[in-house]
Write a protein that binds this ligand. Sequence first.
Ligand code: PLP
Length: 385
Amino acid sequence: MSHDYDRLDLAALHERPMMKWQQYEKDVLPLWVADMDFPIAEGVRAALRAYADGDLHGYPLWSGMPGLREALAERLLERFGWKVEPDWIWIIPGTVAALFGAVKAFTSQGDGVLATTPIYPPFRYAAVRQGRAFQEVDLVEREGGFRVDPSALDEAITASSRLLTLCHPHNPTGRVLDRAELEGLAERVLEHRLFVASDELHSDLNFGTPHIPFASLSPEVSARTITFLGPTKTFNLAGLKIGFAIAENPEVLERFKEAMFGFAMPAPAVSQAGALGAYRDSDGWYQDTMAYLRANRDHVKTRIDAMEGVSMYAPEATYLAWLDFRGGPLAEETGAKLVELGRVGLNEGTTFGASGAGFARLNFATSRAIVDEALDRIERALQKA
Ligand SMILES: Cc1ncc(COP(=O)(O)O)c(C=O)c1O
């Protein structure tokens, strides 16, 4: 049965004045940055319209739009069994800003910030651009995916390590970390008295593997953790620049708020209105979009499995496929060669760290036909190389 998303107009997408569609020359098909090409939920659109029609365009309350934190708390309980009080929640102007804020809050110049690499590039920037040492712990490839080896943390941790930055689900690999991985990390966190900034922005884009919030592991872990998440990836609202910081420990939340002081806190009221529309009135859109993404994921996997010179593990969450070109003719300068030979624009693996060499990240949140066109181009690039 056909779906509205099947009818996305490629020519119109190319005209969009947005980062995703203007990064490359016009004949390159750009499936890189993590925006979806789908129209947003009607529930969000209606909430934004209602906001525009009202008169609440002044400074919002520090605690945000009435009902917003409660709607998030309800969602977290329902989806992850994670009991969060509205008071633990602070409304942030996006997760990248919050990662920078966490580094500022919980570390000093020269301190170490740990992360499981390859990783979404702003994790590195948040540390390095603020004069901290970025301490990489490479994922290991085993049991059908890229996994955290908590014992590798033992080697990476130094006397200067203060903060573990976690990306869970993991971008770019699409892994949902399991309880054993999370508990292994938690053990080290408690032993070394680290703080944790857990970016769980992709946690709603889950294809069925249970998501365990890091902070939910135990009260001791919760006391050292600040979690970031929000509706922008799930509901395709990255331009609204909104998210949530959650910390049970008031001292942790206070330190974070202090570090963010002056930087668009809380997020703009219009974005809060959109977020409320997403959480309250958009479940039909969400379920439908997840089903479409799952079918795209399975399709990408089937087609990649049939190609020579590239492979992948099916992501457990996210609409991102981490394509492994290491064994084939595109093993070096992978992203550039895909553009040159295939006219397809993916994220170059090394932008996620040295261990991303030989990989490229493909965003499959678009129509099946566009996904197929991208896969045809990848195949042609492999044949030409
Ligand atoms: C893991 C992760 N964190 C943060 C972001 C960006 O967050 P924001 O737009 O809220 O700054 C992204 C965007 O793709 C992401 O994948």
